[in-house]
Design a protein around this ligand. Structure first.
Ligand code: CA
Ligand code: CA
Length: 230
């Protein structure tokens, strides 16, 4: 009995630490910060030969673009460094796989304060990658053919890590609202991605990151936006 109580004492603080399920909710990062971030817990390891990553963003350009800031939209890093990062930088959207310098760059339309749906797709076998803004696909590029995204990392919203879950830079932090971060370990079809714009999602269940059942940990000044705003 004593050992059970000791075990409960150890487990309870850990289980209280995380939260789960973000259906119809957003995460609001009100101002630049070097300490605020949200850690997302994937449903399975990110050893990926392909993916579709989608998210909804509310971004105020007047706040975000001051001084040519680079803004991290999605970060997945391992102990070896950045593994899968999506950025908005200098009027472009970019995808970086295991690199901080060689990315796939797209001059896509700027994000809106009234919300933007963004998806990025990539597959190793062909290297084909594309961004989708409000359901419309960009030109294709060939990037990192035969590459594989490796598991064992941590998914972060709000900050780019330059050491493992650390060394954050206030000038790279995300400012605005982000929601519906969903990830599949394959490339969805054109029609399915277009459906991501709809309020009611009719496509396949996300199997890597699922916003509706997401386990997550909030650190610092990040507000969970109530359902009534969505
Ligand atoms: Ca950085
Ligand atoms: Ca980094």
């Amino acid at each position: 009995m004593k050992s059970v109580l000791v075990l409960l004492g150890v487990l309870l603080p850990l289980t209280c630490f995380g939260q789960s399920g973000l259906t119809d909710k957003g995460l609001f990062f009100p101002k630049p910060s070097a300490t605020s971030y949200v850690k997302l817990i994937p449903q399975k390891p990110l050893n990926l030969k392909a993916f579709t990553l989608c998210m909804r963003l509310f971004v105020d350009r007047a706040v975000v673009n001051q001084g040519n800031r680079e803004i991290i939209l999605f970060a997945y890093c391992t102990k070896d460094g950045d593994e899968l990062n999506v950025w908005q930088e200098y009027g472009k959207i970019s995808l970086y796989l295991r690199s901080s310098s060689e990315g796939a760059f797209y001059a896509v339309p700027l994000f809106s304060i009234f919300g933007t749906n963004l998806c990025v797709t990539w597959e190793s076998s062909t290297g084909l990658t594309a961004f989708w803004v409000d359901g419309r696909r960009s030109t294709l590029q060939v990037y990192r053919k035969n590459h594989k995204v490796q598991s064992g990392g941590v998914v972060l919203l709000g900050q780019d890590a330059d050491s493992f879950v650390g060394s954050f830079d206030i000038n790279q932090s995300f400012v605005g609202e982000i929601s519906d971060v969903n990830m599949w370990d394959y490339v969805l079809t054109d029609d399915q991605i277009r459906n991501f714009n709809e309020k009611v999602w009719v496509g396949p269940e996300p199997n890597v990151l699922n916003w509706n059942t997401m386990q997550y940990e909030v650190n610092g000044n990040v507000l969970v936006v109530p359902e009534k705003y969505n």
